[in-house]
Design a protein around this ligand. Structure first.
Ligand SMILES: [Zn+2]
Ligand SMILES: [Zn+2]
Length: 261
């Protein structure tokens, strides 16, 4: 398994341009070089800076249509960069959001939008994606946010939990019965009791949900847990926070982080 974090910030980070430095870009990661999860504003700069081979990308799954996770301009730029002889890039996004998403005619054969609703299960080549309702508010009527439970052909599983607060009961019931080898937690609010807690998490919430997973037996001693989607204005400095998170069993994801194993 190879996890490559391209963007690990919440929506309050300024655009760093070509070099991210100590900053964070908007949410995006690539798993096993072929599956992209979320493609927010600035993702193309991350693709360039971290040398992502776009010809290896086959599918993109979008957790929810907020601009820091779903940006059609960036997706079009990726599709245009890929070799034109490749099959089109498949992009899975909330069904309702497709109504306000347009593929330009010149890219009609290079990318395709496929709608889903939370609860749907689909295959991205040999990867199985179960979409679960996320406790996260969206502005456009009818649009919904999802978390992803992803099963890879080598038998490993990953739970991707950007963005959302406490899990809704159906999501929790599903997760109780499924093993998680990797978790990408969202940690927008750092250690603060901020008003954004009603759509996001702080560390206290993440720790309680981790304990509950452990009690249920759905995470184990080898489960690798990352924290991502940190808000610039709410989280402690990265070096300090990485140490605090490590003592609690979490890896602080930074832009460009590659985890292999
Ligand atoms: Zn977000
Ligand atoms: Zn969001």
């Amino acid at each position: 398994m190879k996890l490559h974090f391209l963007g690990t910030g919440a929506a309050d980070w300024p655009n760093p341009g070509k070099k991210v430095g100590e900053g964070r870009r908007m949410s995006s990661m690539v798993v096993n070089d072929s599956l992209m999860i979320d493609c927010g504003t600035m993702t193309m700069d991350a693709v360039d800076e971290f040398n992502v081979d776009v010809n290896k990308l086959r599918n993109v799954i979008i957790s929810h249509p907020h601009g820091d996770h779903f940006n059609m301009n960036e997706l079009c730029a990726i599709a245009a960069r890929r070799d034109s002889a490749l099959p089109p890039l498949s992009i899975y996004v909330n069904k309702k959001a497709i109504e306000r998403s347009t593929i330009p005619p010149e890219l009609a054969n290079r990318m395709t939008l496929i709608g889903f609703e939370p609860g749907d299960v689909f295959q991205c080549d040999n990867v199985k994606v179960t979409t679960l309702t996320a406790n996260h508010e969206l502005e456009h009527p009818g649009e919904l946010a999802a978390h992803f439970y992803i099963e890879f052909p080598e038998g490993k599983t990953m739970f991707y939990a950007l963005d959302g607060a406490w899990f809704v009961p159906d999501t929790w019931r599903f997760l109780q019965k499924h093993r998680m080898d990797f978790i990408v937690w969202e940690l927008t609010c750092g250690n603060l009791a901020d008003w954004r807690l009603w759509a996001h998490c702080n560390l206290g919430m993440v720790k309680l949900m981790t304990d509950a997973f452990r009690f249920d037996g759905s995470i184990h001693d080898q489960t690798v847990m990352f924290c991502s989607h940190l808000a610039r204005t709410l989280c402690p400095p990265a070096d300090l926070y990485a140490r605090e998170l490590k003592t609690n069993g979490y890896i602080l994801a930074n832009d460009g982080l590659v985890w292999e194993g």
